[in-house]
Design a protein around this ligand. Sequence first.
Ligand SMILES: [Zn+2]
Length: 496
Amino acid sequence: MDNSLLTLYFSYKSATKYVVDWLFSTVGREQFDQVHARPSTAEIVNAAILVRDQNLPVPKSVLNKLQDILKKRREVHSLYIERATSDNQEENLKHKAFIDRLEQTYQILSPLVKSTQSPLVQIGKETETTSSSGVNRYACLTDLDLTDRHEPDPEARNRDTISATNTPATEKAEQVLQDDELGEYIELSLLVYNLDAICAKVNGFWADAASGKLPIIVAGFLTNTAYHAAKRIIYNSPGLSNNATLIHKWYLTKRDFRIKFTDIPELQHNYQRFANNLGLMHYWQILHHCRTLDGYKNILPTASSRQHPTALIHKLVDSRESYELDDLAFDKMQESMRHLLVSGRAISALEEESMKAEPLLPALDAALRDPKSPIPTHLVFGMDMLLSTYKSFLWPKEQTNKVNCRISSLKFAKDIINSITNCMPFLEKLCWCQTPDHCTCPYKQYICEFRSKLELYVQEKRFDLYYQAPWVASGHMIEILHLSMDKGYFTSTTLF
Ligand SMILES: [Zn+2]
């Protein structure tokens, strides 16, 4: 789609926020529908009618913004109509009704605009006002003119966005209207392509780790960062954090065309597991079944048994058929995760926060505890990333990568145990309590306690598919490394 689509949309959104914030701070939102966090255009019209009935002054800047919204909204709509392959009357009528209501708001407010300097601009003085709700924080904006005089220069559009974000109207997140279907579709598309882009990037890290270009622990750290970034992006799109809603809107609602965002290089890649290949639907179903169906009630005793990654994890293929191949692996991993939530994990003794090493576990735990709660999009995304990173690391090329990350993690812990053991004679020489055979010095106890936790960790004989997953094993390594540095620092600063 046209390169300017996103610029148009974001500019439209920030202008919408400006107008909506002014309207509701002037007439008060409490008298409107409290069920929805996001206002609808019908509420905006009603708010404008209240402004008119009370004969409240309307700042010129608000009217200019409204004009701007209408202009940009019409542009976005015409882009949509041009590219639609069929004439979806119902959808077109909805978009038209949306624009009509904004137009109606403009018609109601335009006669009320203040053309001369108002006493309301005298900031700091006691002012008289015709408003029954008193002076609001927009009063001083009455005579500001924020019209884009140089449109359609795209630079001017950017400046407009910046100008809008510098006003007091942008203290909260940008405004999304409840009945803005077209705007919602742009947001939805951006989110889904972003999830694919994040996964594609992370899979690249694991392919680099497989070929030795990147340490496993760094790939793990980057995967954690990407997961948390995805989570934030998902929460910034209201309504889409519920994965069932996202599935319905993306896969099940008929659309004439998909928006491609060709002007964003980061979104141009071949990985389309979520956008085209039902990645956000398939695992949602399994996750929902594992908390509701009787067949999943009892966790199989084999959930912690040894499983063979090369037999269960298949090469990364971007096609719908791959899901059937992956079902068994996914099923085994969710079973092991549920088992761990009940049986406990040796790594927990080394975690700074509960389940920090495995960020998917708390999300799964919450979903299992309340089977009626929506399954969060970040959990489905994370489970898919757990599997795709596995594939990228195990099959970087035609040949299987022989490195087993679970073994790497155990070796890493063992190396640290050995380092502690090796440095113990030196530490004992620094003994304060003068009884090296029964030393009670706090630093020694501190280090010994850490070593015991590591020993318990390496004794956990667990080689299920989930524990061997590169992301999971590297998560353990990160926690061990973090604690080792912490203990080392403490000991050296205590002793020297
Ligand atoms: Zn001592």
